[in-house]
Design a protein around this ligand. Structure first.
Ligand SMILES: [Fe+2]
Length: 306
């Protein structure tokens, strides 16, 4: 029997990563893999990349590795390089050093392990690192993703919500997030697999960490003061273990306003993180219709997915 730990979505949260390193070490697995999104959505991406490299843990490339590389290499729309609503992305891209940038650029989109040939790791799905498998994904869709890999255990991250889906011929597991969970549990989360040929078991582990230190990192690094509305919303995500950034951008788009800090108060009055997504989407449509008669300010940017 082989035991493999898989962690994902650290998002520049060093205290959460250190707590997981300690827990993984105590569990003594045969191998450790990382499901991407080491950087982005948090202040200490460079340190996270360095620490994962020091541990000798291999990682796939998440969508946030791609986003920050696109900003560093100026492969984004030209106004994103100056617009205030993209200040957090620019700050996080600048925070990386050359070594970190080179490391994340070299990460593969999928990984397997010689220790566990029955396991395939991706960030989002086998075809994309910016689409996810979550509780809302239909069984039919899960089966379609599963059919794209030959291995009987498909492991992913990206949605920041742990999930286990058993299929007749194997299983799909989302390991949740280390640095920014969205399942209303602030603890750092990862998964420990027991693999024995066709049989596979997963244990979802949740680790307490010093979240106050992460908040201090937001402040002392300069991320909070330079990252605009995005940094404030990411800190809320950290504190509440729920999504705020993408709902804010969707709300701004529906309302026809630029997603800046001065809009946060109105958004907080509109948004309830515990409201079912369908009900929120329905209210957004109503908001969009009621905003149509109002003259339009500049269009809000397309939201970045988790
Ligand atoms: Fe993520």
């Amino acid at each position: 029997m082989i035991r493999i730990a898989v962690l994902a979505d650290v998002h520049g949260n060093v205290p959460a990563l250190e707590a997981v390193i300690e827990d993984v070490t105590s569990q003594q697995p045969d191998g450790v893999l990382v499901g991407g999104d080491l950087v982005g959505r948090g202040p200490c991406g460079k340190q996270v990349v360095r620490r994962i490299t020091e541990m000798g843990w291999r990682s796939v490339r998440g969508n946030h590795e791609d986003y920050l590389l696109a900003f560093r290499q100026q492969r984004v729309k030209s106004h994103w390089l100056t617009a205030p609503e993209w200040s957090a992305a620019r700050w996080m891209a600048d925070e990386l050093d050359e070594a970190a940038a080179r490391t994340i650029e070299g990460l593969p989109l999928t990984l397997s392990s010689h220790l566990a040939p029955e396991l395939r790791l991706v960030h989002g799905t086998p075809r994309s690192n910016s689409e996810g498998i979550g509780p809302w994904t239909s069984r039919q869709q899960v089966e379609a993703h599963f059919s794209e890999v030959p291995e009987p255990v498909l492991v992913c991250g990206h949605t920041h919500r742990p999930l286990e889906c058993r299929l007749p011929t194997g299983m799909v597991v989302n390991v949740g997030a280390v640095g920014l969970p969205f399942n209303r549990d602030r603890r750092a989360q990862y998964a420990l697999f027991q693999l024995d040929g066709e049989k596979a078991k997963v244990e979802f582990r949740r680790v307490e960490y010093d979240i106050d230190q992460t908040i201090r990192d937001y402040e002392t690094s300069g991320f909070l003061s330079h990252g605009g509305a995005t940094a404030r919303l990411l800190m809320l995500e950290l504190e509440k273990a729920a999504p705020f950034l993408v709902p804010f951008i969707e709300w701004a788009r529906a309302k026809g306003v630029t997603p800046l800090e001065e809009e946060l108060g109105a958004f907080r009055q509109f948004y309830d993180p515990d409201e079912p997504f369908r009900a929120f989407a329905c209210r957004l449509r109503e908001l969009q219709e009621s905003s149509r008669s109002v003259p339009k300010p500049p269009k809000a940017p397309k939201p970045l997915s988790p």
